[in-house]
Design a protein around this ligand. Structure first.
Ligand SMILES: Cc1cc2nc3c(=O)[nH]c(=O)nc-3n(C[C@H](O)[C@H](O)[C@H](O)COP(=O)(O)O)c2cc1C
Ligand code: SF4
Length: 374
């Protein structure tokens, strides 16, 4: 696996040789995009952070990994933390930061002692004077992975999303430019700097659900679904795949090539390539109900559409599942989901209707099964 290649501080040495501008042009040329979900150009983000006037800047590694079905960042921290730490140091060198943080999901606290040792070891070997990397325990909420809420949480406040702009890249921790990147992005950054044959097309997939071989796999974008299923080994005939909670639900098509465009055609979003497979024994409305419960629980409550809307969508789903639903409830559900998406403050509210809209589009028969019970 490319993601397991170790850079052994050679990437940092090369970065120092290239200088800040050289690193930025190399990352731009290699085509590294963020692996936290939004696929934003890493070089552009680093440059914006570096070029925003300030007396201090920060680097944050987002290891909150709150997306249901995602466990690729944990895999990297367990199997190649040294390269991740080197990626953080390269980012700090490139943007001119001294203080760095790893915001580590609370449930991954058991990884902390070893990670701490590895940080101390890499920093002492890297001879980067005055640079520190501090591990901050995640506060246990999905929203804390969102960049503005994460900034609040590190500063000791309640994790709640803030209005953007300003983006943390320009105004983050203590009002200073703050570079926030995902674990996989920073690991790839070190590898992209060092290896001439580093391949931007390779992606980590977290596969789970009704399959015999759940786990983290590396595939190129464009891989055929049939190839993925050959390794994942579904137990029964598959009906659907859910892209975490964030990205929506669509039917499994063995002939499909997995690309963001193909996923988009199903009105879904690939997010960070966490795919939960669902077999034909499930009614999709039950899955959608679980996801709606998740969103209701995780809504931070700051804005009305998401705080109120998630509860109302959940109540409508409850009504449908109890056999009391009517055809008009489906239209209400659709309108509610669209309205919340359009009017919410942050990515959580913007995504909380995806599973509802995509399931209504692709699995209307499952809703009708429940409606027919009335
Ligand atoms: C509700 C919500 C939760 C998020 N959780 C995570 C997370 O756990 N890890 C992550 O890297 N990005 C997460 N993100 C995306 C981050 O806001 C941010 O875009 C990302 O860390 C940027 O890193 P990248 O440029 O390397 O992709 C989340 C976004 C939202 C809206
Ligand atoms: S959309 Fe939801 S999670 Fe985001 S700020 Fe509003 S209430 Fe909080």
């Amino acid at each position: 696996m490319q993601i397991l290649c170790q850079t052994n501080l050679d990437a940092l040495e090369k970065a120092r040789m290239l200088g800040s501008n050289g690193v930025l042009s190399l990352l731009e040329k290699k085509g590294l995009e963020g692996r936290g979900g939004a696929a934003f150009s890493t070089a552009k983000k680093w440059q914006t952070c570096r070029d925003t006037p300030a007396d201090e800047r920060f680097v944050v590694c987002n290891a909150d990994e709150g997306e249901p079905g995602s466990f690729k960042d944990k895999f990297i921290i367990r199997c190649n933390a040294e390269t991740l730490i080197e990626g953080i140091l390269i980012a700090a060198y490139t943007i001119g930061a001294k203080r760095c943080f790893i915001y580590l999901r609370g449930e991954y606290d058991y990884l902390r002692p070893r990670l701490q040792e590895q940080i101390e070891d890499v920093i002492s070997r890297a001879k980067m004077k005055g640079v520190t990397i501090e591990i901050v325990r995640g506060a246990g909420a999905y929203i804390c992975g969102e960049s503005t809420a994460l900034v609040q949480s590190i500063m000791g406040f309640r994790g709640a999303a803030m209005y953007k702009p300003p983006n943390p890249t320009r105004q983050g921790l203590w009002g200073k430019p703050t570079l926030i990147n995902n674990v996989e992005t920073l690991t790839c950054a070190a590898q992209a700097v060092l290896f001439d044959d580093w391949d931007a097309n390779l992606r980590l997939f977290s596969l789970s659900g009704n399959i015999k071989n759940p786990g983290v796999y590396e595939f190129p974008l464009g891989v055929k679904m049939s190839t993925v299923l050959d390794v994942a080994r579904p137990e029964k005939k598959l009906k659907a795949m859910s892209f975490g909670c964030f990205g929506g639900i669509m039917p499994v098509d063995k002939s499909m090539s997995i690309t963001p465009e193909a996923i988009c055609k199903g009105d879904c979003q690939q997010g960070n390539y966490s795919i939960i497979f669902i077999d034909e024994t499930h009614n999709i409305v039950d899955i959608v109900y679980s996801i709606a419960k998740f969103y209701t629980y995780e809504s931070c409550g700051k804005c009305t559409p998401c705080r109120e809307g998630t509860v109302r969508m959940l109540n409508l789903l409850k009504k449908i599942r109890s056999g009391e639903g009517e055809k008009k409830d489906l239209q209400l559900l659709r309108e509610l989901a669209m309205h919340i998406q359009e009017t919410s403050l942050c990515g959580l509210g913007e995504s909380c209707g995806n599973h509802i809209l995509t399931s209504l589009e692709h699995f209307s028969k499952d809703y009708e099964t429940y409606l027919a019970k009335k």
